[in-house]
Design a protein around this ligand. Structure first.
Ligand code: PEP
Length: 256
């Protein structure tokens, strides 16, 4: 099977003023100094306010950091106060957008549905961007033995027809592992990632073998190597530990 090149993506969420770009500079310098160089793609998804500046900051010679966004609207433009389209994000320098993060699917906040996530993924492609589609079960769903059914339902409900390995990344993020310091066992991660791979191949044929499936939820330098070794884990989506260059570099080092 063709093994996809791993992706380690950092989601800064609603964190970071201009001064935070110094961490991006430190990350860039750290990557350039890494010997051996990590065998993975590296992405930072800052808040939308920093996107253009972040993209300029990593444009220099030898820089390999990709910039991504954290959300987009389904439409190109229009009367959607406060929203940002994929085309706008692309113009600002984004290469990908995280869609359907559990913080946006959460019923108590934005309550995004699979259908809305699918529309956003289509908007990403329309704008020439990759979609990083997040899926994952809550703690009560896992306890109730529903994790595999929930993940399958979200994947099939959020992944548009016509997905390609080049424009689609799936991030499995158990909601209960995000920001909690808890992680599933490697066997549990393998079970879910193997299922996602199977569903991708059923939907996309051989191209489904090349889609990157990231694990997200309390990834740290201390557990990155173990998680990256799990079957069908092709990288990580990292929240808290992406805010400091030293921590993020510690995770990326697992891919050297
Ligand atoms: C996330 O929010 O996508 C995430 C994985 O967060 P953390 O790494 O902090 O658990």
């Amino acid at each position: 099977m063709t093994t996809p090149r791993p992706l380690v993506a950092g989601n800064w969420k609603m964190n970071g003023l201009v001064a935070a770009l110094d961490e991006l500079g430190a990350l860039d310098a750290g990557l350039k100094a890494s010997d051996p160089a990590p065998v993975c793609d590296v992405m930072i998804c800052p808040p939308a306010t920093l996107l253009a500046q972040a993209a300029r900051r990593v444009k220099g010679p030898g820089s390999s950091i990709l910039i991504g966004a954290q959300n987009c609207h389904r439409e190109v433009s229009g009367a959607y106060t406060g929203d940002v389209s994929a085309e706008m994000l692309a113009e600002a320098g984004a290469r990908a957008v995280i869609v359907g993060h559990s913080e946006r699917r959460d019923k108590a906040t934005y309550a995004e549905t699979d259908e809305q996530v699918m529309e956003k993924a289509q908007a990403c492609w329309r704008g020439g961007l990759s979609a990083i589609i997040c899926i994952g079960e809550t703690e009560s769903q896992r306890r109730g033995g529903e994790a595999l059914a929930v993940v399958s339902g979200q994947l099939l409900g959020s992944l548009p027809e016509g997905a390609k390995a080049e424009n689609t990344v799936i991030a499995y993020e158990p909601v209960w592992a995000i920001g909690s310091g808890l992680t599933p066992t490697v066997d549990d991660v393998a079970e879910v990632h193997d299922l996602i791979r199977k569903l991708l191949v059923e939907r996309m044929g051989n191209a489904g073998k090349r889609v990157r499936i990231l694990y997200g939820g309390s990834v740290k330098p201390a557990n990155a190597r173990e998680l990256m070794g799990v079957s069908n884990v092709n990288g990580a989506l990292v929240g808290g530990a992406s805010l400091k260059a030293a921590d993020f570099l510690g995770i990326i080092a697992a891919y050297a």
